[in-house]
Design a protein around this ligand. Structure first.
Ligand code: HEC
Length: 286
């Protein structure tokens, strides 16, 4: 078995390390001049603006009664495809993916792994690069079958229409949490929000009048240009407790800020474990 360099797992590990390095760095007091010790080789920052636009586009598509499925919960493959896919998985993929040599690809990690992506992303990945020792050698149909099996193993429902390789159709099928179209960001996701940084009489910090959490892949500071765009957007109605406000954030009390951090859903009030806070304005008027 060739022990090929594990690119994606490598990147994932890097991200994890970078993120935890960032969080650890946050835990130790940092001066305002220090930027977070985070390097992430991900494509462009997904700005709140971009996410908001994406959201609007999806809502519009829904309102128009767009044809075709819009999420992995819409029954996007047939049971027959998944059954064929299971055979392929066992015959071709499991020797690496079922042994710990390569990341697990079946089971309930699917949603978290591909969240927010269209199905074109995992499809293209396996179609172009798998099996690792003979990329692209299976018929297209087999790749669709094995992707169907991955969906089935993640608990996603089968439907009447088969999954097809048409890329616009695949990309329209978004990987989201159940019932949650957009905005239902999974717990423990890295998110960004905008709100008022406030401190209550008992000293507890919170982000009030906050927008809904949007998933982000970039834990570090946003550029001035991005902040300028975000600053124009309206505030929201959410509140997040901020258990990890640091010394350098104190000066931003009362500011309208963009905050990024790990979302911790909690019946007693959702929390955000901050990675960054940046001022958008020194006043915050909802
Ligand atoms: C010879 C070993 C090997 C075989 C066989 C193999 N893979 Fe992989 N696969 C890997 C390795 C190593 C990685 C991680 C590096 C990468 O992403 O390219 C990977 C990554 C993946 C990923 C991305 C996982 C993630 O979370 O990023 C998917 C999806 C995948 N393989 C699907 C398949 C499918 C489907 C098959 C069977 C048709 C298959 N692989 C067969 C070795 C293999």
């Amino acid at each position: 078995m060739a022990h090929n360099t594990d690119r994606t797992a490598g990147l994932a590990t890097m991200l994890t390390i970078a993120l935890f390095a960032g969080l650890t760095a946050c835990a130790a007091a940092r001066t305002p001049a220090q930027s977070p010790a985070i390097t992430v080789t991900r494509p462009a920052d997904r700005t709140a603006q971009a996410s908001a636009q994406e959201r609007e586009a999806q809502e519009e598509a829904r309102e128009r009664g767009a044809t075709g499925p819009t999420s992995v919960w819409d029954g996007v493959y047939t049971a027959e495809q998944a059954a064929k896919g299971r055979d392929i998985y066992r015959r071709v993929c499991a020797e690496c993916h079922g042994t710990g040599e390569a990341p697990a690809i079946v089971g309930n990690s699917f949603i978290r792994r591909w969240f927010d992506d269209g199905l074109d992303v995992p499809f293209t990945k396996i179609r172009r690069t798998m099996p690792d020792d003979a990329p692209g050698t299976m018929p297209e149909e087999s790749y669709l079958d094995v992707l169907s099996y991955m969906l089935e193993s993640a608990g996603l429902p089968a439907g009447a229409e088969p999954l097809t390789a048409e890329s616009s159709r695949l990309s329209a099928i978004k990987v989201v949490e159940q019932g949650g179209a957009v905005g239902a960001v999974p717990n423990f996701s890295l998110v960004q929000v905008m709100g008022c940084l406030m401190q209550s009489a008992d000293g507890a910090w919170a982000l009030t009048n906050s927008t809904n959490p949007l998933r982000t892949r970039e834990p570090g500071n946003s550029t001035a240009a991005v902040l300028e765009e975000i600053g124009e957007l309206p505030l929201g109605t959410q509140t997040f407790q901020l258990p990890t406000v640091q010394a350098q954030h104190l000066a931003l009390k009362g500011h309208k800020v963009q905050a990024k951090g790990i979302l911790m859903r909690n019946p007693a009030g959702d929390r955000l474990n901050l990675t960054t806070v940046q001022s958008l304005s020194d006043r915050c008027t909802p």
